[in-house]
Design a protein around this ligand. Structure first.
Ligand code: CP3
Length: 343
């Protein structure tokens, strides 16, 4: 027996479309907050195999989603390259900044997969503990998105520090992105070896690139990662979630070799999927705030996704991560609408 998403990727049309949610393990769940409280810092939770397994399984137990995404973060890769990464409570990620070629020379980065062995053990353990039909999804950040954090040292509104570096010192950005491509290939292959069947590449900041920049800093590095991963794992499936790139998904689809594309909430779903060939699976794109609001906003959003899922192979999901103020009852309502019965 294969898992739900793998059947969809293999070309089967499923009577009930599959569903999972980006950031499905998180602060909207009381059981997450409890486990998180035991772990210490957020990174301690990512690197604690037992507790990371537990929080990954929590939304599966509660809602029975079709896929389970490994609990970790895209910033564990710069950590494993030797950059200092931490999370400020209530604020978000912070990194020791590397914004010049000189800074990189003084602080050479070298990816060490051993630093991520607790995460790989979490993947192994999840595959043993998950229901047989639940797909296990691994992930990494796309090089441009991760590099933007490495350069700015934190999240920024418009990724200005990384965009400036792209103009002023493209060779430096290129060197950093090359290292991230190589590291991501090694990391994703280790997740696939440990039992993940699908991997998703998060390009959260595609919106911050010009058309030329998009091709050089996003599409091309993602293509190299997918080529590298598929050389060793030809049966694996890759989903790319490029936020703000719905208008150019056709270009991503032609060049990258991905099997599926996530669509962000700002895009018109029915119109965007028309850019994708039938061979490519689509995913998305309920506005996370429609899930917070509930009522008609939620019902209409779910119905729009279901309509698309009747016309092509589509995975229901949000158009970005679930937010902490999401009422659990609204997630239950969504599952009832999708499955035709209460969870
Ligand atoms: O989807 C999942 O459930 C898997 C786990 C996952 C997390 N982060 C857990 C997390 C995944 C796939 C990510 C990806 C990630 N991390 C992205 C790409 C997707 C996106 O949202 O655009 C990015 C940009 C990051 C970096 C990051 N991590 C930020 C900006 C923050 C702070 C935002 C916040 O909500 O506090 C994090 C922290 C983080 N990553 C949390 C979780 C559950 C919240 C931490 C906590 O419990 O306090």
């Amino acid at each position: 027996m294969t898992t739900t998403l793998m059947r969809l990727f293999a070309g089967e049309t499923l009577a009930t479309p599959p569903i999972w949610l980006m950031r499905q393990a998180g602060r909207y769940l009381p059981e997450y907050r409890e486990t998180r409280g035991k772990a210490g810092s957020f990174l301690d939770l990512c690197f604690n195999t037992e507790l990371a397994t537990e929080v990954t399984l929590q939304p599966i137990r509660r809602f029975g989603f079709d896929a389970s995404i490994l609990f970790s973060d895209i910033l564990v890769v710069p950590h494993a390259m030797g950059q200092k990464v931490w999370f400020e409570e209530g604020e978000g990620p912070r990194l020791e900044q590397i914004e010049t070629a000189e800074a990189l020379r003084q602080r050479p980065l070298r990816f060490d997969l051993d630093r991520l062995s607790p995460v790989i053990r979490t993947v192994e353990r999840l595959r043993r503990e998950l229901p047989a039909e639940t797909t296990l999804i691994g992930f990494c950040g796309a090089p441009w998105t991760v590099a933007s954090y490495m350069i700015a040292g934190k999240g920024t509104a418009d990724q200005a520090p990384a965009r400036l570096v792209a103009y002023r010192d493209p060779d430096f950005l290129s060197a950093m992105i090359d290292q991230l491509v190589d590291a991501s290939i090694v990391y994703l292959k280790a997740q696939l070896a440990a039992g993940a069947e699908v991997v998703q590449i998060f390009e959260s900041f595609a919106s911050a690139l010009t058309p030329g920049g998009l091709e050089r800093w996003s599409i091309e590095p993602i293509r190299r990662i997918i080529t590298g991963v598929k050389a060793s794992y030809p049966a694996s499936k890759v989903i790319v979630f490029a936020r703000g790139a719905a208008g150019v998904l056709g270009q991503y689809a032609t060049i990258t070799g991905a099997d599926g594309f996530g669509i962000d909430w700002g895009a018109d779903l029915a119109q965007t999927v028309r850019q994708l060939p039938d061979t490519i699976v689509s995913q998305g794109n309920l506005d996370p705030l429609a899930l917070v609001a509930g009522g008609e906003a939620l019902d209409n959003g779910v119905k729009a996704m279901l309509a698309v899922a009747r016309s092509r192979r589509h995975i229901l999901n949000l158009g970005h991560g679930i937010v902490p103020q999401t009422p659990i009852a609204h997630v239950e309502r969504m599952m009832t609408l999708v499955r035709g019965r209460a969870v």
